[in-house]
Design a protein around this ligand. Structure first.
Ligand code: C2E
Ligand code: CA
Ligand code: CA
Length: 681
C-alpha cells in the first residue's frame, strides 16, 4: 500500500467523496422493510465508484478509519433521520476500530450531530475482529449497548464460529454469511449450516439475518427455517442517500400490491423434498394439508405460523397474517374469542368453542375453535396452538333440523296426541303442551327422564326396558302404560316413537306421540267381557252352532255340541261351510248339491232355512238324522257378513225309519263313506 493511496483517500474523505449507500433489510415473514445496512462507497473523481473492500483496508492502515466512519455515519444518519422510526440502520465497524476506546464517542457524536436515535442503530462486528481482542471488544460493545444500540455478529460461519464469542459478547443479532445462503439450495452442507446457525440464533434469543438473498426460493427456505430478516439483491441493491426516501415509498407500494395479489395460502415455489429434514417436511405437509385450520399464536396473539386451510377460512393470504394479531386479522370474531384466548394464555385449554360471524363477503361463517397453550421447558406459556373447524355447513344442517322440528311442532299442535321429541340418547327434549295439561308436569320437570315421574310404578320396568331397546336399536317404540293425571287418576296411554336418522345412519332425534287410549281400552275391555259372556252361552247351549263368514263361507267357530254332532272338531278352515265336510243326504238318499246346503243358502242368498231334516253321515258308514236351521248374519247396513247354522240330532225322533233309510242309503255310497270320524270327547 502506497502513501499516495492514503493521501488520495485523505483527500477523498475531506472532499466528501466517501458516501453511505443503503441496502434494505427485510422481514422474511411479511416482506416488510425493517431497516438498512450502511455500506461505504467512494465516488472517486477519476476511478468512478470504488468499493469498500479496496479502500477500507487503506483507511485502517492509514489511520483514517475513524475519520472515514465519522463522515459516512453523519451522512447516513442525516439521510435516515426522517425515515419512519421503526426503520433501523446497521453500520459496520472494523477490527481496528474495535480496539479504539473512542468508538463509542465517535458513533455517539455522529448520531447526536444528525439527531439520530441510538436505539435505531445496530453495530455489526465481524467475528475475526474479536480474535485476540475479546476483553476490549466486550467493553466497547457494552458501552454501545448502554447508549441503546444493538450489536450484531457479522459474517457468522466464515470466521471461528466460536460459541465462546457468542457467549462473551451481548449480541442481539446474528448474520448468516452470504456464501452459505448462495449455495443452500444446491448444497446440503450449506443448508445444514444455515439451519444450524438459524437454530443457534433462535435458541439464544437472537434476531437472525441472512445475507446475500438473491432469489425467492432462498427466501422461502430461510423463512421456513425460521430466519427473521433477509438482505440481498432480491430486496434491492444498495441505494444512495438521495434515493433512500424514494425506495421506502416504493417498497411500501409494492408490498401492498403483493399482498393484494398473493393467492390465498401463498404461492410457494419451494419444494418440501429439498428440505434438510425429511421429518420436518412431512410435518409441514400435514400441517399444510390438514382439513382443519391450524396456527400458532405468540403471547401477544400474533400469528407466528398458520396453514393454508386457516388462510382460506380467514379469506386472506398467509403473509397477511404473519406478525399481525388475531384482532387485526379476524376482527369480526375477536370479541367472541378474546376471553378464551386470555384463558389459554393463562394456561387453560379451550375445546370446541363455537363462534359465528359475518365475513366480508356477507356470508355467515360458524367455527369451532380449540386452544392449546404451548409451554416452554420451564412451564411458561409461550403461545397458543390453535385448531379451527368450519362448522357452517354442519350448523346449517342442525338449523334445518330445528326448522323441521318447528314444522313438526306446528302440525302436531293440532293433533289430539301428546307429542314429544328426544335426543339420540333418549333424553326427552320437549313434550307438547298437552302433556303439561294432562300430568301437571312442566316442560322442565319432564326433560330427560323427568317425564317418568308420571308413570305408574308397575309400568316403569317394562317401559324403561322397551325404550332402552329402541334407543339401542333405533327401532320404533310402541307400548302402553299408565300415567298419573293432574287429578290423581291413572290413564292408559299408548306411546309411539320413531327415530330420525342422519346421513351416517345414526339416530339424530326421536319423534314421539302419546295417545290417550284410556276410554278405548275401557271399551275394549267391556267388549271382551260381553264376548266372554256370549261365548259361555254359545258353549253351553244344547244345540250345535256353527258360524261362518260371508262371502267366503269359511267356518269361523263352532260350539262343542256342534262338534259332538258332526263327530269332528271344528277348526277355522278354508273349506266352504258345506259340501266336502258335511256329507248330507236328502231323505231319498240323494246327496245334497253344494248350493243346497242350508249355510250356503243363508250366506249366499240370505235365505232363512227353518229346521230342515237331513241325513248326516258321521263316518264309518254310520248315518243319523239331523235338523238344520240356518240364517244369514247381517251388518247394521243389512249386508250379509256371515251365517249361522243350528244343528240338532233328531235320530231318536226319526229312529223308527232307520231301517228304511238304511236300505236306501245302502245303495248310494259316498266318496266320504268310509272315512272314520271320531266323535269329539
Ligand atoms: P458486509 O458487511 O458483509 O456487507 C455486505 C456486502 O455484500 C456488501 O458488499 C454488499 O454490497 C454485498 N451484497 C449485499 N447483498 C448481496 C447479494 O445479494 N449478493 C452479493 N453477491 N453481494 C451482496 P460491499 O458493499 O462491497 O461491502 C463489502 C464489505 O465492506 C462489507 O461486507 C463490510 O464488511 C465492509 N464495509 C462496507 N462499508 C463499510 C464501512 O462503512 N465501514 C467498515 N468498517 N466496513 C465497511
Ligand atoms: Ca456488514
Ligand atoms: Ca456480512
Amino acid at each position: 500500500m502506497t502513501s499516495e493511496c492514503v493521501l488520495d483517500l485523505r483527500r477523498g474523505i475531506d472532499s466528501g467523496e466517501i458516501v453511505p449507500y443503503f441496502q434494505p433489510l427485510v422481514e422474511l415473514r411479511t416482506g416488510q422493510l425493517s431497516g438498512f445496512e450502511v455500506l461505504a462507497r467512494w465516488h472517486h473523481p477519476l476511478r468512478g465508484v470504488v468499493l469498500p473492500d479496496e479502500f477500507i483496508p487503506v483507511a485502517e492502515a492509514g489511520g483514517l478509519i475513524g475519520e472515514l466512519m465519522q463522515s459516512v455515519l453523519v451522512k447516513a444518519f442525516t439521510a435516515a433521520v426522517s425515515l419512519p422510526e421503526y426503520l433501523r440502520l446497521s453500520v459496520n465497524v472494523s477490527a481496528i476500530q474495535l480496539r479504539d476506546l473512542s468508538l463509542r464517542q465517535e458513533i455517539g457524536l455522529a448520531a447526536e450531530r444528525a439527531g439520530f436515535q441510538m436505539s435505531r442503530l445496530t453495530v455489526e462486528i465481524t467475528e475475526s475482529a474479536l480474535v485476540g481482542n475479546l476483553e476490549h471488544a466486550r467493553m466497547v460493545t457494552q458501552e454501545l449497548k448502554e447508549l441503546g444500540s444493538r450489536i450484531a455478529i457479522d459474517d457468522f460461519g466464515t470466521g471461528y464460529s466460536s460459541l465462546r464469542h457468542l457467549h462473551a459478547l451481548p449480541f442481539d443479532e446474528i448474520k448468516v454469511d452470504q456464501t452459505f445462503v448462495h449455495t443452500m439450495l444446491s448444497r446440503r452442507e450449506s443448508r445444514k449450516i444455515v439451519a444450524a446457525i438459524v437454530g443457534l440464533g433462535q435458541s439464544l434469543g437472537l434476531v437472525t439475518v441472512a445475507e446475500g438473498v438473491e432469489d425467492k426460493d432462498q427466501a422461502e427456505m430461510l423463512l421456513w427455517l425460521g430466519c427473521d430478516l433477509g438482505q440481498g439483491w432480491l430486496y434491492g441493491r444498495p441505494v444512495s442517500g438521495d434515493e433512500l426516501q424514494e425506495y421506502v415509498t416504493a417498497h411500501k407500494r409494492e408490498l401492498r400490491k403483493e399482498s393484494a395479489k398473493a393467492p390465498v395460502g401463498g404461492d410457494s415455489g419451494f419444494h418440501m423434498d429439498a428440505l434438510p429434514s425429511q421429518r420436518l417436511a412431512q410435518l409441514q405437509a400435514i400441517y399444510d394439508g390438514a382439513p382443519v385450520g391450524l396456527c400458532f399464536l405468540d403471547r401477544n396473539l400474533r400469528y407466528v405460523s398458520l396453514n393454508r386451510r386457516l388462510a382460506e377460512m380467514n379469506n386472506a393470504p398467509i403473509v397477511a397474517h404473519l406478525g399481525r394479531t388475531v384482532a387485526e386479522v379476524i376482527p369480526q370474531f375477536y370479541a367472541q374469542l378474546e376471553p378464551y384466548l386470555k384463558r389459554a394464555l393463562s394456561g387453560e385449554p379451550v375445546i370446541g368453542l363455537k363462534s359465528r360471524a359475518v365475513m366480508e363477503d356477507g356470508a355467515v361463517q360458524m367455527r369451532s375453535t380449540s386452544y392449546q397453550p404451548t409451554l416452554d421447558e420451564a412451564g411458561e406459556v409461550v403461545g397458543i396452538s390453535v385448531a379451527v373447524v368450519d362448522i357452517t355447513e354442519r350448523e346449517s344442517k342442525d338449523e334445518a333440523l330445528r326448522e323441521s322440528e318447528e314444522h313438526y311442532r306446528y302440525t302436531v299442535e293440532l293433533s289430539p296426541h301428546v307429542t314429544w321429541t328426544a335426543d339420540a340418547k333418549g333424553m326427552v327434549m320437549e313434550s307438547g303442551p298437552l302433556w303439561t295439561l294432562l300430568t301437571g308436569l312442566t316442560q322442565e320437570e319432564s326433560m330427560d327422564w323427568g317425564w317418568s315421574q308420571a308413570l305408574h310404578p308397575e309400568d316403569i320396568p317394562r317401559t324403561a326396558a322397551a325404550w332402552q331397546r329402541s334407543i339401542d336399536s333405533g327401532k320404533p317404540l310402541d307400548l302402553e302404560y299408565r300415567i298419573r293425571c293432574k287429578d290423581g287418576g291413572w290413564r292408559w296411554m299408548r306411546a309411539r316413537a320413531s327415530a330420525r336418522l342422519g346421513e351416517d345412519g345414526a339416530v339424530v332425534r326421536w319423534y314421539g306421540t302419546l295417545e290417550d287410549i284410556h276410554d278405548y281400552k275401557a271399551a275394549m275391555e267391556e267388549l271382551e267381557a260381553s264376548k266372554a259372556r256370549l261365548q259361555a252361552v254359545f258353549d253351553a247351549v244344547p244345540v250345535g252352532l256353527v258360524i261362518a263368514e260371508a262371502p267366503s263361507g269359511r267356518v269361523a267357530m263352532g260350539n262343542p255340541r256342534a262338534e259332538a254332532i258332526l263327530g269332528h272338531p271344528i277348526i277355522p278352515t278354508d273349506d266352504i261351510a258345506g259340501h266336502a265336510m258335511w256329507p248330507l243326504f236328502h231323505a231319498d238318499g240323494r246327496r245334497l248339491g253344494s248350493q243346497e246346503y242350508p249355510l250356503v243358502r243363508a250366506i249366499q242368498r240370505g235365505e232363512v232355512v227353518d229346521g230342515e231334516e237331513l241325513i248326516y253321515e258321521c263316518g264309518d258308514g254310520v248315518r243319523r238324522w239331523v235338523s238344520l236351521t240356518a240364517a244369514p248374519i247381517r251388518s247394521g247396513e243389512g249386508h250379509i257378513t256371515g251365517g249361522v247354522v243350528a244343528l240338532r240330532d233328531i235320530q231318536a225322533v226319526k229312529a223308527p225309519q232307520v231301517d228304511a233309510v238304511g236300505e236306501i242309503l245302502g245303495k248310494g255310497s259316498t266318496d266320504r263313506g268310509k272315512r272314520s270320524l271320531k266323535p269329539k270327547g
